[in-house]
Design a protein around this ligand. Structure first.
Ligand code: HGY
Ligand code: MN
Ligand code: MN
Length: 400
């Protein structure tokens, strides 16, 4: 087992949490390329240097700490959702730092560390690792803009001269990511460790309806071409149409809505909204896409509005590497006997993209109340340390 130091690990987790602290509970606000995000990456770069690793920033702003020669890559992301939890991504980055540092102090195995940029998708879907793995073609990166219209190119320029060339994936023997579950399963079953079998696939696009902006008092209901009513009708119809296509594990979300002009006394003429759906079956994702496109066209036709689909982003469902999974499971049985399980991931992770480049595997620890993507996200510290110990035991086996 690699001689990790839980106190040092927990201190670094809390020091990282302080960068972009929201002031609400343990929450953090570190959107990709924000000042807090870049400060956190510089802070991490210093820790990686102190650990004796070669620091590199790639063209997207993902930051690596590289061991010499072939090495296992470990990590996650340090950017957050607009209202982020202190552990989503950060746990994977800091546990990787601790394992890499302790392994180096113990004379091996060689472990490199990464914090990917924009896993939380301010600009896309797991943008940094998607660009590195080719899931997101280079020419599409330049077209990405965030919901407020800021382009990725503009936001990324804040990282200035830090940005360098792509790191060659061939130097890595595999990728291992620890992450909070972000769901209720371990919390509700008293489980301590999840060994991830597979990660769901995702589709995400912006849909726009445009009707007629008008006076909210003088425009009779029958004469309106109300963009919000179109969204409302669309949402109700897809929920009906999905009924015989989806399973209890399928999810779909309208998370971001902008109504124009967003005023009490104006019939909204425009609406733009995010349509995101996830499932483990690519066939089902494709069928849902067809239903979404057909239903939006039907509503636009029925209500006399125009319709526009934005570019669709996505990542395919992916299975985790069986060999790495078996080592994680063996370590979990030693560290948390009978308190671990194989389980799927309903959340997307950088491991989804890494699995295209090399053998990839993930480890979960419980989320209190199953809460994540919220300032209230939290995990009991003994559970964080259990996860670290499972990693330390597994990486000693993997790297041997
Ligand atoms: O949305 C996700 O699944 C990830 O947390 N970005
Ligand atoms: Mn995450
Ligand atoms: Mn997340």
């Amino acid at each position: 087992m690699i001689p990790v130091q839980p106190e040092r690990f927990l201190k670094d987790l809390h020091d990282l949490r302080a960068i972009g602290a929201s002031g609400v509970g343990k929450g953090v606000v570190r959107p990709a390329y924000s000042e807090a995000d870049i400060t956190a990456r510089d802070w991490l770069a210093d820790r990686l240097r102190e650990a004796g690793l070669e620091v590199r920033f790639d063209p997207m702003g993902s930051v690596f700490g590289l061991a010499d020669g072939p090495s296992l890559l470990m990590g996650s992301h340090s950017d957050t959702q607009p209202e982020g939890g202190w552990l989503d991504g950060a746990l994977g980055v800091i546990s990787a730092l601790e394992v890499a540092r302790a392994a180096r102090e113990a004379g091996g195995p060689a472990v490199s560390v990464v914090s990917f940029q924009d896993e939380e998708g301010r600009f896309g879907v797991t943008t940094g690792s998607a660009a590195w793995s080719g899931v997101l073609p280079e020419e599409d990166v330049g077209k990405l803009v965030d919901p407020s219209g800021v382009s990725l190119a503009e936001a990324r320029s804040a990282m200035g001269a830090r940005l360098g060339d792509w790191v060659d994936p061939a130097r890595f023997t595999g990728f291992v990511e620890m992450h909070i579950e972000q769901g209720p399963v371990l919390d509700q079953t008293g489980g301590k460790i999840g060994v991830v079998e597979a990660i769901v696939g995702i589709r995400d696009m912006v849909i726009r309806f445009e009707g007629q902006q008008n006076h909210a008092g003088t425009t009779p209901m029958a004469m309106r071409r109300d963009a919000f009513q179109a969204l409302s009708t669309f949402n109700q119809r897809i929920n009906d149409h999905f009924r015989n296509v989806v399973t209890p594990a399928t999810v779909w979300t309208v998370g971001h809505v902008s109504v124009h002009p967003n005023a009490h006394s104006v019939v909204p003429g425009k609406v733009a909204f995010s349509m995101q759906w996830r499932d483990g079956d690519p066939e089902r994702l494709a069928r849902m896409e067809q239903i979404i496109r057909d239903t939006a066209s039907e509503v636009a036709g029925d209500m006399g509005l125009s319709l526009e689909f934005g570019p669709m982003l996505g990542v395919e469902p992916v299975a985790m590497d069986a060999t790495l999974r078996a080592v994680l499971a063996g370590a979990a049985e030693i560290e948390t006997p009978g308190k671990w399980r194989h389980m799927p991931s309903g959340a997307l992770h950088d491991a989804s993209n890494m699995a295209r480049l090399m053998p990839a595997a993930m480890l979960f620890v419980p989320s209190i109340g199953g809460i994540s993507h919220d300032f209230a996200e939290d995990t009991a510290e003994p559970d964080l340390v259990s996860g670290l110990n499972v990693l330390a035991r597994a990486v000693a086996r993997i790297g041997a």
